[in-house]
Ligand binder design. Structure first.
Ligand code: TTP
Ligand code: MG
Ligand code: MG
Length: 350
């Protein structure tokens, strides 16, 4: 039986700042979107656990965070530096020689193969120790028989933790959890499951698989399997680093595609500027519309070749988001480029 190790860095951007400013350790630290001289205008991207104890969290307006503690230590985000730290961490993980999937700027999954639970624990301890020694960064690791369970365990073991769910304990582990905890289950699917009387993964495991397939197609089968401890998602051999995204709340909620279009253009321009700064190309794009009820919709597209074209990003971004703009009021939109590659030695589209 193969085991999967899932790692997520703790309070990543803020931890990166602590690593280069050790004097702020132990104080509440916030990383926000706005520069320090304009810090009250932005939102919190992340904060350390001292700040979380005060009730501060990601996406909170910075002004509100400062109301909770006027002496917060504040940093304006520095993507370039966080990207570099991410690359270093990912390279370190890759060097352990397992199939490695970079999931996000601060997350990766490793396929540990058949080394058993003790071996896996040893590996995880070694990784945690090495990342702390080399970069001064804390992280949390979850281990299980599948990527999705390992990620769940990782989430539950934060911060600075190491959690293992053995196969024999998996069903009990999953039983009481809300269905929304399953990767790929969003609010809409969760609502539909709830309407069928299925609110926990335990109930999902006992549901009639045919009814699930009737309602959700092939995804219904996957849901049933996942709830029953069968995680068929594999660790992909994917070693692209981060994605670069920009999103912004509109001045006024709107159903007007023209307003959305001009915002997408603005955000695309910013994303490309960042892409240029980091000397990267992209191959994937996604757009997001967040509605006034706080649900959101995302659409993705993957190109065949790498590009850095702002025109392409803008045109495709606008095309992608158009079907998401209906009579539901939108309050926030975003665009993101992914599947990035260093410009050297890659074939480009145009
Ligand atoms: P997360 O892994 O979600 O959060 P975290 O690492 O800050 O904290 P922890 O994992 O210990 O709970 O996100 C990774 C980084 O992504 C985070 O450091 C900053 C960035 N980020 C944002 O910019 N905006 C957001 O809303 C979130 C959630 C994260
Ligand atoms: Mg993290
Ligand atoms: Mg993360």
């Amino acid at each position: 039986m193969t085991l999967v190790l899932f790692i997520d860095m703790d309070y990543f951007y803020a931890a990166c700042e602590e690593a280069r400013h050790p004097e702020v350790k132990g104080k509440p630290v916030v990383v926000g979107t706005a520069p320090p001289n304009d810090k009250l205008r932005g939102v919190v991207q992340t904060c350390n656990y001292e700040a979380r104890k005060l009730g501060i969290h990601s996406a909170m307006p910075t002004s509100q965070a400062f109301k909770l503690d006027k002496n917060l230590v504040y940093f304006g985000d520095d993507y370039k530096y966080y990207g570099e730290m991410s690359e270093k961490v990912m390279a370190l993980l890759k060097a352990y020689g397992h199939r490695t999937e970079v999931v996000s700027i601060d997350e990766a999954a490793l396929d540990l193969g058949e080394m058993g639970y003790d071996g896996a624990r040893g590996q995880a301890e070694a990784i945690k120790k090495e990342i702390m020694a080399k970069f001064g960064l804390p992280c949390t690791i979850g281990i299980s028989t599948g990527k999705i369970y390992a990620k769940m365990m990782c989430d539950e073991s934060k911060p600075n933790g190491l959690g293992i769910i053995e196969e024999k304990d998996l069903k009990a582990f999953l039983k009481g959890k809300d269905v929304i905890r399953i990767l790929g289950v969003g609010k809409k699917t969760a609502d539909r499951l709830n309407a069928m009387g299925i609110d926990t993964i335990g109930k999902l495991a006992k549901a009639d698989p045919n009814v699930l397939i009737d309602n959700f197609g092939i995804f219904g089968k996957e849901l049933y399997q996942l709830a029953n401890g069968i995680d068929t998602s594999r660790v992909e051999d994917k070693y692209t680093i981060l994605s670069i995204g920009r999103e912004r709340t509109l001045q006024k909620e709107t159903t007007d595609m023209k307003v959305v279009e001009s915002m997408i253009k603005e955000l695309a321009k910013e994303a490309i500027e960042e892409l240029n700064r980091q000397h990267l190309w992209f191959k994937g794009i996604s757009v997001k519309a967040k509605y006034t009820d706080f649900t959101d919709k995302i659409k993705n597209k993957q190109f065949n070749n790498y590009t850095d074209s702002l025109d392409l990003l803008t045109t495709e971004g606008v095309k992608l988001i158009r079907p998401l703009i209906t009579d539901r009021a939108v309050r926030k939109v975003g665009i993101r480029v992914s599947s990035l590659a260093k410009r050297e030695g890659q074939k480009k589209l145009s």
